[in-house]
Design a protein around this ligand. Structure first.
Ligand SMILES: Cc1cc2nc3c(=O)[nH]c(=O)nc-3n(C[C@H](O)[C@H](O)[C@H](O)COP(=O)(O)OP(=O)(O)OC[C@H]3O[C@@H](n4cnc5c(N)ncnc54)[C@H](O)[C@@H]3O)c2cc1C
Length: 461
């Protein structure tokens, strides 16, 4: 049996996959093209780099992302473990210092003697070494061209945007205050920058006529609906932003005893809280326009930006046509006869989001291990979050678009009442995964990288 495997891309999915494979006794060649070859969004050579927000979203089990993270924790995700070590205060979400997180993941990878990190670009998939492709939404042109030529269908893509980051000491706290929505969390971690009705209306009006970074207007369906740029939201209606990232709810009352009209929230980028990012403020506006626009917000009048927003093409494959439920590329596709066994993981599958990238990295690795050892994948129960997410990726869908994990993907019971639906779905998912783990104990958490014997994978290497 082949015990050497290849992982392309040391991002979120690739690092999780490499560590899981190594923990099961495989020898992993992990390829990362940065820092020699940059992507339009990453900066430098950090592994598992968070390109935009520094948040893995909610932690509570009745939030979809909290539930997914809980599942990944139960299943022994290495990256979620490292994310918790790099956590910075941000209410009830798992928000990290991105630099510390990357360093922790890189340390774990470098210290693992079953993983060899190659700092080079992969451009073809020749050979017979089983491979996980986790090259992300910004896979290098050479590799993306090769894959799409091989798979015989057009490159799918949409446009994704990055939110600006502000230096804290440039914020005017005469016009800003620390508070978490609904006072959640032990400390007040978010900075709130309110706008009164006149300022808000002027802000939206300017936003509507502002210059875009790229002059050609993108088709509407090329944007990711879950992460729309602020200018697109403004274009959809004057009130859209007030019901989106600028919603003023859960923040108490202003000094005049009235509700806030609109609020921009900022979330800490690092534990020292010297940098804050503008939550939900992804934008593709020209940089000068961004500065002009944000200076209309009283608290940000003289703000200094550590990074301004920008926008990038986000590439994905047509997973419903190409992948099996185990995330393995279907065998026998015309033109792909010379390819080794391939699994896809991360955003390139159409699973949108950081936690989803980790989840699909974990899943592709476990299915690869099981397939190589036993000839069959190791599918999770249908009630689980990861299986629900990946089933949605591979279900027939002529209008396939990337999607975050959400409660709507979990199998619903017909008699389920709306009131406690989330609690029931969460309990159902958790119980199913616990049962799966009881049946197939998958990793001895104390054993580090030693191979777990017996149980699910009885074959020793
Ligand atoms: C601009 C942008 C902003 C985003 N913002 C968010 C956000 O705020 N929150 C969120 O949840 N999700 C966000 N996403 C979506 C997605 O969750 C992230 O892109 C996530 O990092 C995807 O993880 P991944 O492992 O699939 O890819 P990545 O983390 O991008 O990792 C892929 C790695 O492969 C490397 N690589 C590429 N091609 C090659 C090659 N040929 N050879 C060797 N190495 C290669 C890359 O350098 C990279 O390190 C964003 C996506 C984009 C594009």
């Amino acid at each position: 049996m082949q015990t050497r495997v290849k992982v392309i891309g040391a991002g979120l999915a690739g690092c999780e996959a490499a560590l899981q494979l190594a923990s099961q006794g495989f020898f992993v060649d992990l390829y990362e093209m940065r820092p020699h070859l940059e992507t339009p969004a990453h900066r430098g050579g950090d592994l598992a780099q968070l390109v935009c927000s520094n948040s893995f979203k909610g932690l509570g089990k009745t939030s979809a992302h909290g539930l997914l993270k809980n599942e990944l924790t139960m299943l022994g995700s290495f990256l979620i473990e490292e994310a918790k070590k790099a956590q910075v205060p941000a209410g009830e979400s798992l928000t990290v210092n991105r630099k510390v997180f990357s360093e922790l993941v890189e340390k774990r990878i470098l210290e693992c003697d079953r993983i060899t990190l190659h700092r080079e670009e992969v451009t073809t998939l020749a050979g017979d070494i089983p491979t996980i492709i986790a090259a992300g939404p910004l896979a290098s042109d050479a590799l993306a061209d090769y894959i799409f030529k091989k798979l015989g269908n057009g490159r799918l893509h949409f446009f994704d945007a990055i939110a600006p980051v502000v230096e804290t000491d440039s914020i005017d706290f005469n016009h800003a205050f620390y508070r978490n929505r609904w006072e959640k969390g032990d400390t007040a971690d978010f900075i709130n920058c309110p706008l009164d009705v006149e300022t808000y209306d002027a802000f939206v009006a300017k936003l509507r006529e502002a210059d875009l970074m790229e002059p050609k207007p993108f088709e509407k369906n090329e944007l990711f609906e879950g992460c729309l740029p602020i200018e697109e939201m403004a274009r959809r209606g004057t009130e859209t932003l007030r019901f989106g990232p600028m919603r003023p709810v859960g923040l108490g009352l202003g000094n005049n005893g009235k509700k806030w009209h609109a609020v921009i929230q900022l979330r800490a980028e690092n534990a020292q809280k010297t940098l804050f990012n503008m939550v939900g403020f992804q934008t593709r506006l020209k940089w000068n326009t961004q500065k002009e626009l944000f200076s209309m917000v009283p608290a940000l009048k003289n703000a200094q930006f550590a990074r301004l927003g920008c926008m990038h093409r986000n590439t994905f494959i047509e997973s419903p046509k190409l992948l099996k439920p185990s995330l393995q590329l279907k065998r026998g596709l015309p033109g792909c006869e010379d390819l080794p066994p391939i699994w896809f993981a991360g955003q390139i599958t159409g699973a949108e989001g950081y936690t989803e990238a980790i989840a699909t990295g974990w899943y592709a690795a476990w299915n690869l291990v099981s397939t190589l050892r036993h000839g069959v994948p190791s599918l999770l129960p249908v009630e689980s979050c990861i299986r629900s997410l990946t089933d949605q990726l591979v279900s027939p869908n002529p209008d396939f678009q990337p999607m975050n994990f959400n409660f709507g993907l979990l199998p619903h019971l017909t008699e389920m009442k709306k009131k406690n639906k989330k609690e029931i779905l969460a309990a159902q998912a958790e119980e199913a995964v616990l049962e799966w783990i009881r049946k197939y104990p998958h990793r001895d958490s104390n054993a580090g990288f030693t191979l777990r014997r017996g149980a699910l994978y009885p074959t020793e290497l």
